[in-house]
Design a protein around this ligand. Structure first.
Ligand SMILES: *[C@@H]1O[C@H](CO)[C@@H](O)[C@H](O)[C@H]1NC(C)=O
Ligand SMILES: *[C@@H]1O[C@H](CO)[C@@H](O)[C@H](O)[C@H]1NC(C)=O
Ligand SMILES: *[C@@H]1O[C@H](CO)[C@@H](O)[C@H](O)[C@H]1NC(C)=O
Ligand SMILES: *[C@@H]1O[C@H](CO)[C@@H](O)[C@H](O)[C@H]1NC(C)=O
Length: 730
């Protein structure tokens, strides 16, 4: 009542829209008997909706980042507005070992790590003669914090008993699973440094990483053990190989010369009967040397201290609302990626449960899931998930495709519900109408949410910038806010993190409270801190998350890290950003992806790729600009279905998809679509590729052409398609 006048005001502004909305919706229902019940519900609900407009007015933008008195000569840094002091410990714990012990004591009887039981493996032969493995997986089996603590301690003792030289390092080379986490923590209880290596890394990079860090014990799964046995003669420092017990593993190569090969459970058991006192690390000891699948040359090892990992985890925990024992996290990204490693560390600090899955078994319709059985998300019903943009883009495309196929009323209803929710999220005038939201959730979005188990309350996203469209799509369809993180392996994933009440898109949030962010002018590229309306420049991150540098590579470390006069470490990210007036960072470009063309124009490859990706025909695209020419070109992996549909319509015949990709008509069609997208976002003429090549094979992390987070590996792509690129410039 006391907001009576304002309510009348908002009534006037929104009435026509609301009436239109409901009548449109009702007319859509007409003549559809099946929706009779829903219709009645709608009418019953529409009255309260009409009465319940909650007026909020235009809120002043909340100040999320503020200037901090650090940063030295290069200008003022921004810090998180809520914290005057850096967050660098989790309830007093400053090492991963201490954080682990603390959580295991606090949450001792609570569920911690969950693994699905393997019921059966079916081998299916596809139409092209290739064999596929389909898994029938059971319910999650849980171990409590207390039980995991015992296993970790046993494993640590087992390593000592095995004769692992405590001066040397341990590597983990495996997909994510409970034993990955247990090995990791086990090493820390003996102050061992863990080298992490992507399971998809090629032989040369694998040998390089293990040799460079002089690893003497490798922990792996049975698949990787076979890979290691093949290259074992090049692994001069490796003395022990510990493999995860696996129901399906048979004929394992356990006789590798000069190497003790032993199962994980044997190490645990021997540790159990030969307990050894822990040797705990301190904050500045190196916890992890993380090999990044960098976009150029051999991978580099980033040295992370215990303090780095804990600082980021503690800082993220301050941002994620009410994270705790009731939360269930679905872990399916590689733990060898800093983003997943930090996400699981946050769950550990909060006392949440972590259920392991994989990208290939995520949903009921995932590749490796046996038809009619449950994917990981259905079995776990997680409340929190982490993702990378490439995966969320795929979720979005998948849902839209399904909706499109159904067509008719389903499509209309979906589009309508979506636009209503979008208007309500983006409108600053009338905030959220709880009842209408509920209605759409029940009749439209509930089914979509069941794909991910139906209980997701928030998503964490990192690895690369997320497009605004996809962000909104997930917000609405999954009913969950997305916390977007910005950080790099070199800053232990810590950088900026978007706050959950910030409904804007395309921004990565204010600095995490574990650090500071400053912008440094890059005159040559045309980005300066004096730019209007917002300061722009290279993003430089300082504080507790900034790692110790690259292993065995002082030159490279000196190039991108600096220590200021107060002893604070800073990392020069190579990303270009700008700060909004509310202290929120937006990443707008990448330094090394900007190429100067023959006539002096700058082409930002990433920007152009992001813009052209919205074409229906584009599954993936790499824009290439040769500085000795005045135009750019592109390699495009076409969306197979879209191109084939077009070909059908245009009456073009072909045998193989690759043949279609070579057809001039197909190339022209895709090129026209790219020009249209380019025009729509006002790209300059020289920015739109003048010539393109269609590449039939998708780019996957296994092919080495994109990183595990699906970022383009430009150098590898350039090398692989050298001839094609050359032809495009002829
Ligand atoms: C292994 O490392 C040593 C130095 O530690 C180096 O001399 C040798 O060339 C490396 N071998 C391989 C295969 O990388
Ligand atoms: C095994 O170790 C011995 C002694 O260190 C060495 O001479 C031999 O070359 C090694 N064998 C292989 C296959 O690496
Ligand atoms: C292990 O391999 C070596 C040679 O590669 C062979 O002489 C030996 O008999 C093998 N041992 C077992 C137990 O198979
Ligand atoms: C942990 O190990 C590192 C490297 O071996 C060593 O420098 C450091 O002193 C150790 N820390 C403690 C607390 O023993």
């Amino acid at each position: 009542m006391f907001t009576g006048i304002k309510e009348m005001d908002s009534e006037r502004n929104t009435k026509s829209e609301r009436q239109m909305g409901l009548s449109d919706y009702l007319s859509m229902l007409k003549g559809h008997g099946a929706f009779g019940v829903v219709g009645a519900v709608v009418l019953a609900l529409s009255i309260p909706i009409l009465l319940s407009s909650v007026f909020t007015g235009k809120k002043k933008a909340k100040q999320r980042g503020v200037p901090a008195d650090v940063g030295g000569e290069e200008g003022t840094a921004i810090r998180n507005a809520k914290f005057t002091k850096l967050v660098d410990a989790s309830d007093g714990a400053t090492t991963m070992a201490a954080l682990f012990e603390q959580s295991c004591k606090k949450y001792s009887g609570d569920r911690f790590l969950g693994t699905r039981e393997l019921i059966a493996t079916d081998s299916i032969t596809g139409s092209d003669g290739r064999k596929f493995e389909k898994l029938h997986l059971g319910e999650y089996q849980w171990e409590t914090y207390g039980q995991v603590f015992v296993r970790v301690s046993n494993f640590a003792s087992g390593l000592v008993k095995l004769g692992h030289d405590l001066e040397s390092r341990v590597a983990i080379f495996a997909d994510s699973r409970a034993e990955w986490f247990i090995s990791f923590q086990g090493c820390f209880r003996q102050n061992l440094t863990v080298v992490t290596i992507y399971s998809s890394l090629g032989d040369e990079a694998l040998i390089h990483s293990l040799n460079e860090t002089q690893v003497s014990t490798v922990i792996c799964d049975s698949k990787q053990l076979k890979k290691l046995s093949v290259v074992s003669s090049s692994l001069k420092t490796v003395k022990n190989m510990i493999y995860f017990d696996d129901a399906v593993a048979s004929d394992l190569p356990t006789n590798i010369s000069n190497c003790t090969v032993i199962s994980f459970s044997e190490v645990e058991n021997s540790g159990k009967s030969n307990p050894v006192d822990p040797v705990l690390p301190i904050k500045k000891d190196i916890a992890v040397i993380m090999y990044t699948s960098g976009s150029t040359g051999l991978p580099k090892g980033v040295m992370m201290t215990h303090g780095n990992i804990v600082a980021t985890a503690a800082a993220v925990r301050t941002i994620v609302p009410d994270l705790g024992g009731n939360d269930v996290y679905l872990a399916y990204l590689p733990l060898a990626h800093v983003f997943e490693l930090e996400a699981e560390s946050v769950m550990l600090a909060a006392g949440a449960s972590i259920g392991y899955g994989s990208a290939l078994t995520l949903t009921d319709t995932s590749n490796k899931i046996k038809k009619g059985t449950m994917g990981d998300a259905s079995a776990l019903k997680p409340t929190v998930m982490a993702s990378v943009p490439a995966i969320l883009d795929r979720v979005r495309d998948g849902v839209l495709k399904k909706v499109d196929e159904k067509g008719g009323l389903t499509k209309k209803l979906f589009n309508f519900a979506f636009s209503r929710r979008l208007a309500s999220i983006e409108g600053s005038w009338f905030c959220s109408w709880t009842l209408e939201k509920l209605l759409w959730d029940v009749i439209v979005f509930k089914k979509i949410r069941l794909i991910l188990g139906g209980r997701i309350r928030l998503m964490l996203c990192g690895g690369a910038p997320l497009s605004g469209d996809t962000q909104r799509f997930i917000n609405i369809c999954m009913g969950a806010p997305i916390g977007q993180g910005y950080g790099l392996t070199e800053t232990c994933a810590g950088g900026a993190f978007s706050e959950f009440d910030d409904t804007s898109v395309g921004r990565v949030g204010p600095p995490l409270p574990s650090g500071y962010i400053k912008l440094v002018s890059w005159e040559e590229g045309g980005y300066t801190t004096a730019d209007k309306p917002m300061p722009r420049g290279e993003v430089v991150i300082g504080g507790a998350s900034v790692t110790a540098g690259y292993f065995n590579n002082d030159a490279k470390t000196k190039e991108v890290y600096a220590v200021d006069e107060n002893g604070m470490r800073w990392f020069y990210s190579g990303d270009i950003g700008r700060f909004h007036p509310d202290g929120v960072l937006e990443i707008i470009d990448r330094k090394k992806d900007i190429v100067k063309l023959q006539h002096g124009e700058y082409v930002s490859l990433g920007k152009v790729e992001a813009a052209l990706s919205s074409s229906n025909y584009v599954d993936n695209i790499m824009v290439f600009a040769d500085p000795y020419h005045s135009y750019c070109v592109a390699l495009v992996v076409p969306t197979r279905q879209a191109l084939e549909n077009w070909a059908k319509g245009a009456g073009i015949t072909y045998n193989e998809f690759s043949e279609l990709c070579d057809k001039v008509e197909a190339v022209n069609e895709v090129q026209q679509s790219l020009s249209k997208e380019g025009k729509a976002v006002k790209l300059d003429k020289f920015e739109v590729p003048s010539k393109i090549k269609l590449v039939p094979e998708p780019w996957t992390p296994e092919s080495g052409l994109v990183t595990a987070a699906f970022k383009l590996k430009r150098e590898q792509l350039k090398a692989r398609f050298k001839d094609e690129l050359q032809k495009l410039y002829q």
